[in-house]
Design a protein around this ligand. Sequence first.
Ligand SMILES: Cc1ncc(COP(=O)(O)O)c(C=O)c1O
Length: 456
Amino acid sequence: MKPDNLEDVIGSDKSHLWHHLTQHKPWQGEADPMVIVEGKGLRVKDIHGREYLDAVSGGVWTVNVGYGRESIADAVRDQIAKMCYFANSAGSIPGARFAEKLIEKMPGLNRVYYSNSGSEANEKGFKFVRQLAAMKNDGKKHKIIYRDRDYHGTTITTLSAGGQAQRKDQYGPFTPGFVEIPHCLAYRSPNGDDPDFGVKVARELERVILEEDPDTVGSVCLEPITAGGGVIVPPEGYWETIQEICSKYGVLIHIDEVVCGMGRTGKWFGYQHYGVKPDIVTMAKGVASGYAAISVTATTEELFSEFLAEPAEHMHYFRDISTFGGCAGGPAAALENMRIIEEENLLDNVNKMGDYLMDKLHELKDKYPMVGDVRGKGLFCGAELVKDRDTREPIEESVGAAIVSDCLQQGVMIGRTNRSLPGLNNTLCLSPALVCTKGDIDEIVTAMDNALAKHQ
Ligand SMILES: Cc1ncc(COP(=O)(O)O)c(C=O)c1O
């Protein structure tokens, strides 16, 4: 096959590739999958040379520093030419350096465990809890609490901790020991508008801990701001109450920063907006902006010390490995990614451009009754669409799909909640790269404006 022969590439794709999250039947006919071949900044080009403005950072809020960063490519190239891989039971130069740089951004945490996907990073967090329970109290404090509408990954166990019914459907039975608490989306509060909703709904955690027996609950795993479940910014008082309850019952706080981490919300980590003191923090997507596969499970020295013992106690250490957690290209990319965020002052840009984007979304809300709620933090925003402002009845998923497709036809890629929450896949999602400009945002919002006008 000649590499530049389009027909060949698309033919190979249609014959042999199994794409993620996709029904392939239409591609057995005339329709072709999109094939992306290059990118620069926020722009990507498909195999036919058509350019798009990517307002979702690689589809799934990942390419935080934008496409075409030669310095990251160089850092990875230089590292892997010299030393590509050794199992992470040994160390690597970029592994140690990135761990130190990362920990500087996370006061209170001190240890970094590498693996290669968000799901895997979360699994490590769950394994910490299970092993701690086994080592300290005969496995009793083993339960893990998760929240409705949150997502923590695609493996059977991370799905067991997932609050998105459609993602889980048909993949059970699930891992035991996971218990759900309600979501914290004020717009969908069961009691209507309630200024105390944040505190009240956080108190549900206490109710569940008591119901389960506090001696059996090891941790609570939460997204700081829910991403794929509809961009849910926790209401006032929420996190403070969660923190208070966890301290009271000795429950570890595991925060899933797979989406929010690395500047997406205007601070290094989403939890840093709320003064929470996590015990475990997981991150993946933006850690190297997709230039290499790397994920991290960070934790406190206190938790880490629980695993220290004399070598003769041969089961008393974290008996876990992730083969590709030893790829040295991952931390090499992550170091350069972090340097870019710092040197280009991207957190500042996220805050400024995030405010601008939110103002523009409010203008859309004022213009279209269909836009029921807009929410977000930094360059991480959502617009929830409804049939009726008063009843808040959600639009059908197909309407959101049509709006996204209409934007795509205008050359702008936006995202939406999809096949996750029965009857509530009605939120448009935006997460442009942290380098985006006012001009980029105007282009994104104009495409949305045109699409909403057509589908209202
Ligand atoms: C909040 C959150 N956690 C975990 C994951 C899983 O990450 P991965 O797909 O890298 O396994 C995702 C993926 O979208 C996510 O959004």
